[in-house]
Write a protein that binds this ligand. Sequence first.
Ligand code: S3P
Length: 190
Amino acid sequence: MEPLSTLNTHGRPIILIGLMGCGKTTVGKELSKQTGMPLLDMDMVIEEQIGKPIADIFRDEGEAHFRALETALLRYLETDAGAAFCKNSIISTGGGVVMRPENREILRRLGFTVWLSVDVDILISRTSRNNNRPLLRQPNREEILTNLLALRGPLYQETAHLTLDSSDLDIPAVVRAVHLAAQDYFSTVA
Ligand code: S3P
């Protein structure tokens, strides 16, 4: 397969949003590998900054505190130092980042934002592979994901410049679609 061309994003990031298991990390890694753009995983940045896993932050400080950390990181990314930190990168977000209106506004301003929209059946199967997500450490995973999709779907839609229905696409196809759409987007904005 031909490698993807270098993208001129004017230094701005490509941002992947969507529910747990939608493929943000996998697609982000592959896109990063093929374009040479660094991958910045918001969950990982927060874990490094706080010095413990997300699950422990949820357990010790609670979800509201984690949400505040997400907002603080996004605010930082809008500063000069933060812009340098995420320059020309691919940002993989945590699934709940769209819950706060301020976050949604920042994500739209910051770069080209793509919602990887995936059927709930696929989310259920993918998230069953590990147990590190605090919101899914319950037996009724299917019901939780269905409810989260109903709640967050409109928020992802509102935040994204592109909604990519990727249920029937394999990873290389999603990567190509994001790349093509980003090329198009950045050719029209300064
Ligand atoms: C969350 C998703 C997780 C992580 C945290 C909360 C959510 O990230 O940020 O467990 O609220 O959907 P992933 O979407 O990368 O799993």
